[in-house]
Design a protein around this ligand. Structure first.
Ligand code: ACM
Ligand code: ZN
Length: 524
């Protein structure tokens, strides 16, 4: 009997440690279970002042879920913008969350409050089964990296507004603060631009899509694929993201990956030949022609983009630009010689430089894939390093900011398991453990250079993700691993995979979010 009690005591101590050790993902900097009876969470009563001062809180359906519950016991939620009293949290978006007689979130910034709300939601989910009550807790927390990004390609496959909102809900729960929205590519233009209505009327439609990997011989699905976001929908998404502490970075691809735009306006290509929006994946020879009429068109497009997106960073693509058309085009060759450019790489640099000056004149910052380093980096550009980490390293050494998104660790379109039963993916292998062990700061940079690495980002290219279900399968739970990489120095894969197994699957299922189920290799 005595040994039974002893085991029970040990078990209880172990459970409390497990709770205290942060089932929350990403692992908070400090978490302490407070003494005393749990707090009933049958109803959150939002403090009127908080709702008035922070209307996004009142717009969050999470806080309305339990209002109709009969057994109403109110718990007041108070949000305060002020420096947390505890000084061991640091960072721009530090926050503290205290669940006691009432729930108090304090932070120095509005986004800090939103991070506190994300932790509160996680705490709620974790204790959902516990008779409607929450353990009292004190969390003091701050992010490691300021840039915590996730991308989504809506060109290869279009996803409606409702799904983008779900995606943002998931990102916010894991404290991701940047949504990189890949709005244009060869296979579809997805944003309404009022001055150029053919961009969406023509560019958002393709006749069909290649089936699986049937490049040669080509097999199409004979099914049109279409969709775009109207400007009102874009505004709605930007607001929805902002309510959750997420900045939306639009990407308008140039000078390559532009076939959908050129299907609508072939006059901005070198050969000016009318072509379809392609339904096959790859890199296409036809790109924007380097001349003033193209620049005027792109400046007009970017002016409308800037008006829609408050994001300081505007992504202009810049990857995978074949130079064959430029080499044969009199206009492009004229641009090259008149600006004393050595080759077509320098011509691309010139192109990016023009766009950089334009965005800078509008108070924005250009971001581009690492190819923008070739031929010389434009003065204010931020580099997104995708072909490994070399691009990010080179940018940092040139005192340019960089975001790490190497294919090896951050491409969530890669396979996540070697099993033959995995659904078709583009290739590669990026397992949960590999993502978890990623270190965004390259050890080859000295401490001054390291400060240029803003953070990292997961990319979801959707050639082989035709459905919402498939996107979520590729996102979850790898997102949880990246979120912890970006949030904290704490690293313990065994703890992580057990937290995923014991809690995150429950959260995913409760929300009807599809996911890849891993069996933990090191089960507790
Ligand atoms: C890329 O994956 N082409 C940026
Ligand atoms: Zn040309």
């Amino acid at each position: 009997m005595q040994s039974y009690l002893k085991s029970l005591a040990l078990l209880t101590a172990w459970s409390i440690t497990l709770i205290a050790k942060g089932q929350i993902i990403p692992q908070p900097q400090s978490i302490e279970i407070l003494e005393g009876k749990n707090v009933s969470f049958n109803n959150f009563k939002l403090n009127d002042k908080s709702v008035a001062e922070h209307p996004w809180l009142g717009r969050d359906p999470f806080f309305l879920i339990h209002e109709t519950c009969e057994k109403v016991r109110n718990v007041e939620v108070v949000l305060i913008i002020s420096p947390p009293k505890e000084k061991n949290a640091k960072g721009t978006d530090e926050y503290s969350l205290v669940i006691d007689k009432k729930i108090t979130i304090s932070a120095t910034t509005e986004n800090g409050l939103k991070l506190g709300v994300a932790s509160l939601k996680q705490w709620f989910y974790l204790h959902y089964n516990y008779e409607g009550s929450l353990p009292k807790v004190k969390i003091i927390d701050a992010p490691k990296f300021n840039y915590r990004g996730v991308h989504l390609d809506v060109s290869r496959h279009f996803f409606p507004v409702q799904f983008i909102k779900t995606y943002l809900d998931i990102l916010a729960l894991y404290k991701i603060n940047q949504f990189h929205w890949h709005l244009t590519d060869d296979q579809g233009w997805r944003i309404q631009i009022k001055k150029y209505p053919k961009l969406h009327a023509v560019g958002s439609w393709r006749n069909e899509t290649m089936v699986a990997k049937n490049f040669q011989p080509y097999v199409g699905d004979s099914t049109p694929h279409a969709g775009y976001y109207g400007q009102d929908e874009i505004k709605e998404i930007v607001q929805y993201a902002a309510d959750r502490g997420i900045n939306v970075i639009p990407e308008i691809e140039m000078p390559g990956h532009a076939r959908a735009a050129l299907a609508a306006y072939p006059q901005y290509s070198c050969r000016q030949v009318q072509q379809n929006v392609p339904g096959v994946w790859g890199v296409f020879e036809d790109v924007y022609c380097v001349n003033d009429s193209t620049f005027n068109f792109l400046f007009d497009v970017l002016d409308e983009v800037i008006a829609l997106f408050p994001s300081k960073m505007i992504h202009i693509g810049g990857d995978e630009v074949p130079k064959s058309r430029w080499k044969e085009c009199p206009k492009c060759q004229h641009a090259k010689t008149s600006h004393n450019l050595k080759d077509e790489h320098e011509l691309q640099s010139y192109f990016v430089g023009k766009i950089d000056s334009f965005l800078t004149s509008r108070g924005r910052t250009l971001v581009g894939w690492d190819e923008i380093l070739e031929g010389g980096l434009s003065p204010n550009a931020v580099v997104m390093s995708w072909r490994g980490t070399e691009g990010g390293i080179a940018a940092a050494k040139q005192k340019h900011q960089a975001i790490m998104t190497p294919g090896s660790h951050c491409y969530f379109d890669h396979y996540q398991d070697t099993s033959k039963t995995e659904p078709l993916a583009i290739g590669g292998f990026t397992s949960l453990e590999k993502v978890y062990n990623y270190q965004p700061i390259p050890s080859t940079l000295d401490s001054a250079e390291q400060t240029y690495i803003l953070g990292a980002q997961a990319n979801l290219w959707t050639e082989y993700m035709p459905t919402e279900k498939q996107v979520l399968y590729m996102l979850l739970p790898r997102l949880c691993a990246l979120s912890e990489v970006l949030w904290t120095d704490y690293k313990d894969f065994i703890s992580f995979e057990n937290r995923i197994d014991q809690h995150e699957y429950f959260i995913f299922e409760r929300n009807f979010w599809n996911y890849k189920k891993y069996e933990p290799k090191n089960a507790h």
